[in-house]
Design a protein around this ligand. Structure first.
Ligand SMILES: [Ca+2]
Length: 258
């Protein structure tokens, strides 16, 4: 009887031990599946973050491109506005147009140190650049058909500014003194000479009144100096004689440092 009881107790003990083993394995399995799903979720979150980051970068690139386009459109619009202003310039003779506000003011009010344009452009340092200085040279060719010099052929002019005279009371105007050499061909003979030049330059409008003379010639000229001197050409109308009635020729000129 004692042996039988011991046998039953031993059997019960073995069953209990087996039961404990099964519970532990189940727990470990549950834990593994919990960490597995957590890792999957983390992975999917990571992928989501990656795709969001890519979208953000793409949007950032697209916006940078749009900004670049806007900026180029803005400069194009500014250039067009500038051209339209120049083309539709209906200011009376001797007046200049304010760049943005568009009203006309007298040319002498430009670059005189007092703001007259609503947009202040008449005193803008960019408007009031003084392009002339001693040593500045410019050249131009009056095309054939001119009546300023004998022969009617093309004439090569080469000018140089020797002196720039400013005035304390009229800072918007300067006097330019210099020399002008001319070369032309008359019935197969090369001829040349030198004239004295005195010009008045209106800083704000870029207008240039020219006077060239020597013992043989007496010319007057009116020129508009291009806004960006050196990058574009300016044009001078040349008149023979005392007044401005006898237009004898004209030429494009491009000032440059000597
Ligand atoms: Ca002014």
């Amino acid at each position: 009887m004692k042996v039988f009881t011991c046998f039953i107790l031993l059997y019960w003990a073995i069953i209990n031990v087996k039961g404990d083993d099964c519970d532990c394995k189940l727990n470990v399995g549950r834990q593994q599946s919990f960490y597995g799903s957590l890792s999957q979720r983390l992975e999917s979150e990571e992928k989501l973050l990656d795709s969001l980051e890519k979208r953000y970068k793409r949007l950032q690139d697209e916006n940078a491109l749009k900004l670049q386009r806007l900026s180029s459109s803005k400069s194009t619009a500014e250039g067009l506005a500038d051209t339209v202003h120049k083309l539709s310039d209906t200011c009376p003779e001797g007046y200049i147009r304010c760049l943005e506000s568009g009203e006309c003011i007298h040319a002498l009010w430009g670059c005189d140190g007092v703001i007259d344009c609503l947009d202040g452009s008449d005193e803008d340092p960019f408007t009031c650049i003084m392009p002339w200085q001693p040593g500045i040279r410019s050249q131009c060719i009056i095309p054939a058909g001119q009546t300023c010099f004998p022969g009617g052929g093309a004439v090569h002019l080469l000018g140089e500014v020797n002196r720039v005279v400013g005035s304390k009371w009229l800072p918007q105007i300067v006097r330019l003194e210099g020399v002008l050499q001319y070369f032309y061909n008359e019935t197969g003979i090369q001829k040349s000479g030198t004239m004295k030049t005195v010009s008045t330059y209106f800083t704000a409008s870029g207008k240039l009144d020219l006077k060239w003379n020597n013992d043989d010639y007496d010319f007057k000229g009116k020129a508009d100096v291009a806004y960006f001197m050196g990058s574009s050409r300016s044009y001078a109308h040349i008149y023979n004689g005392v007044g401005y009635d006898n237009l004898c020729g004209g030429c494009y000129f491009q000032p440059a440092n000597a």
